[in-house]
Design a protein around this ligand. Structure first.
Ligand code: ATP
Ligand code: MG
Length: 325
């Protein structure tokens, strides 16, 4: 269910219900948030570029800044736009112009939050840079992106850059516990571990999975979490690799099939999970190194659009053949 659908059906989704409202309520990202705070407290907000993976607090920080500066009026002084708006950069620029030119209620400047700035072509970014300059008297831009390398230098050099990391397991666990308590949900230790594992540093994913798991029964346990997440249990990916390394290709392939078909995982997610856990498997170092080398290849090919199942089977096949050398 999309965020808009949830709103229209009146069921509140927890990622919004529990979105931190102040900078102090944001979990993790301590150094980044400290720097943001020093700018907000100093009263002179620069243009900012927030960069980092999904679901770690970038949009949340931007709205918390607006609440801190404008109080209850924040919505009137904060324009949120998505750079990947399918109607094009011209529509985005028109909305920026209208917002910057409309009457001000006594504030020195307003904030324009531009999400997915890295989806803009470099030409569109050059146009954006001119727009930023044109309105820099009375607007501050906060740009958000997943990859700062995709943002042109002239924009980067005009912004204070803030890097967000995947959230630590402790930060995710702390927020999940708070929400479970607030919602009166019982969650087992194994259930919490499974949520944290499946989230892989993405708080949005952790909270959405908690909400989904909570609808499956009275208690959120490991079973409930793996039912809703399309994530393999760590033991399952380990067994698959162990079988391949031991030369038992049919067994490895059967596990792969189960993960793709029954669990419903995407091949790219299996690659990510293998990569995360490789050093925790009960394998000798040589086998881990072979696995990592093959993963690099599969990852690249899948990213280039190759068939996921073919690539993963080839990876397992290579691991099981290598053993016979
Ligand atoms: N550091 C955090 N502390 C507490 N909650 C968080 C944190 N980061 C994210 N969340 C939760 O996850 C939801 C999504 O976070 P947010 O919108 O800030 O992600 P984002 O970093 O902007 O991701 P994207 O790159 O996908 O836009 C928030 O509504 C909030 O509930
Ligand atoms: Mg965001």
């Amino acid at each position: 269910m999309s965020e808009a659908d949830a709103e229209s059906t009146g069921r509140e989704i927890w990622i919004e219900k529990y979105r931190p409202q102040t900078l102090d309520d944001i979990h993790g990202q301590e150094e980044t948030i400290e720097r943001v705070k020093s700018y907000v407290e100093g009263g002179e907000l620069p243009h900012m570029l927030f960069t980092g993976p999904a679901g770690v607090g970038k949009t949340t920080t931007a709205t918390a800044i607006a609440r801190e500066i404008y109080g209850d009026d924040w919505r009137g002084n904060f324009l949120e736009l998505n750079a990947s708006d399918e109607r094009g950069i011209d529509v985005v620029r028109d909305r920026i112009k209208n917002f910057a030119r409309s009457a001000f209620g006594g504030e020195d400047y307003r904030i324009i939050f531009l999400d997915e700035a890295d989806s803009l072509t470099s030409d569109a970014q050059s146009a954006l840079r001119r727009t930023m300059e044109q309105f820099s008297d009375n607007t501050r831009f906060i740009l958000s992106c997943n990859y700062s390398s995709k943002i042109i230098d002239p924009i980067q050099s005009r912004c204070a850059v803030f890097r967000y990391s995947p959230l630590s397991d402790d930060a995710v666990a702390a927020q999940i516990r708070e929400i479970a308590t607030a919602e009166g949900i019982e969650i087992t230790d194994e259930g919490l571990d499974a949520l944290v594992y499946a989230a892989n540093g993405d708080m949005r994913r952790a909270i959405n999975n908690l909400q989904a798991a909570a609808t499956t029964g009275d208690v959120v346990d490991e079973e409930a979490v793996y039912t809703v997440t399309a994530t393999a249990r760590p033991e399952e990916v380990e067994e698959m690799v162990a079988a391949a390394v031991a030369g038992d290709f049919p067994k490895a392939r059967a596990t792969l099939d189960m993960l793709l078909t029954d669990v419903g995982m995407a091949g790219g997610d299996i690659v990510d999970q293998l990569h995360r856990s490789a050093w925790e498997f009960d394998l000798d170092d040589r086998a881990v190194v072979r696995l990592l080398e093959r993963l690099g290849e599969a990852d690249y090919r899948i990213a280039e659009g190759a068939n996921e199942q073919v690539q993963l089977e080839a990876l397992l096949a290579a691991l099981s053949l290598d053993d016979e050398e």
